[in-house]
Design a protein around this ligand. Sequence first.
Ligand code: ZN
Length: 246
Amino acid sequence: MTQVTVWNEFRHERQNDTVAAVYPDGIHSVIADALDEAGFETQTATLDEPEHGLTEAVLDDTDVLTWWGHAAHDEVRDEIVDRVCERVREGMGLIVLHSGHYSKPFTRLMGTSCSLKWREAAETERLWVLEPGHPIADGIDEHIEIDEAEMYGERFDIPAPDTLVFTSWFEGGEVFRSGCCYRRGNGRIFYFRPGHETYPIYHNESIQRVVANAVAWAAPDDGPTPTFGNAEPREDIDTSDERSVH
Ligand code: ZN
């Protein structure tokens, strides 16, 4: 069974009454409950736990890590970021949510600033499915509509995604690449935009479905472990035609 670790900064929920009203037990518990119900084996980890809850043992038991952070990206220790990025390259899936675009693991794995435009005006967002046959869009209508969302707008300074599954339109006129697939090493990465902390977006069933689909998509396969470096020939190479170098 796919094992998921749901990581959350878990500061806004403890410091801000508006956020606590939407996510009394934290964003991570809502996401973890939804993934649990979707049939994944789920655990949670948060910033203020020792090693941010991401010990070697936890990551060894993690097929897919989901990441929500916003105000404390800088407090994530670099050695833990190293550990997460190394596990991604080895094959662990990574689902980066909303303001996680500025997280250390995501910016490092992308190699770009991951900057964007934003506006908090409780406007409508419509996420259009660009790839209806893609497993991450499974069970989703032609679009998902969110009544009240924070706007993220282009340009989003990311590398061109391998596959762009969703594009968002916002009431104020901007558009945004809101569902982006990547590979880094053996690992799969999905960036998914919705999820501002003051709106009940992770309670939305379609959003929960996309996150669950993304976890299933990002879970590692039993493929071969690649080898690198100098390689002996597998067959005898005919060297009689070798030209001498003058
Ligand atoms: Zn936000």
